[in-house]
Design a protein around this ligand. Sequence first.
Ligand code: FE2
Length: 281
Amino acid sequence: MSGMELGFMVPHPWIMVAGEIEEGHHQKTTSAYRLVKDVIADFAPDVMVVASPHWPLLSILRVGGAPRYTGTLDEFLPHIHAALPPEHRRDLPPVPYDFSGDAELAERISEAGKEAGLDVQFEATPESLDHGSIVPIMYLDPDGRIPVILLSNEEGSPERSRRWGEIVGREITRSGRRAVFIASGTLSHRFVFDSPDALWPEGEVWDRKFMKILTDGDLSEIFRLPDGEIAEGELEAGGLHGLYMLFGAMRGDLSASVLSYDGIVGVGSPVVRFDQKVPAV
Ligand SMILES: [Fe+2]
């Protein structure tokens, strides 16, 4: 069956692709990521749609449809390092990536978005990619077997992102391809930075509230989370928009399974699986 039947929300700790997390104590995240990798390998999608909150926001909906993406993550890391306290900066080994895109489908999705009146920009020329995209792609498909379509997160209304996701999902169904949606994203960024596992109480409260929505089953509540609370938690650029797009792309009634939750270098980091309760038609 074609379409978007499977989706995940995953964090993107860049230390993971640099090997550190394997040696560290965030075993729940590592184990959950491995599980997701195995599930996707079994699912064998034709395309993986990856929404990143770190693809620079331009107040437009960007679609990455280059035929191939090659480079090294360390081209992007100086941007991250500039925002880190000096004691957390480190020299990382080159982290190469090499995977194909799905230019034809990405362009079709872009055109459909424009026809629907959305401000969409199709980008066929690859640029240096961010850790929000690269960490999930490298970890979930290290051999680069699955073509990828990149989406940026934008800061408009949750409903607009959901509508955009619907268009993405509809065009994938029309193409006859089977896809998995990866909403790269994290929760509160207000943990105590110098002590990675020491939760900042209000950040923890907000994260627990969010995770409870996932486990209690009424996912529509995520669309009603007050903007002020999201800002208070200092969620990264784009906030929960990757998730809003995922809900739109998968349509129908979804179930969520929380696979893990860790605080990693000050950031609430969940791994969550989403399935259609009844496949959308
Ligand atoms: Fe991030």
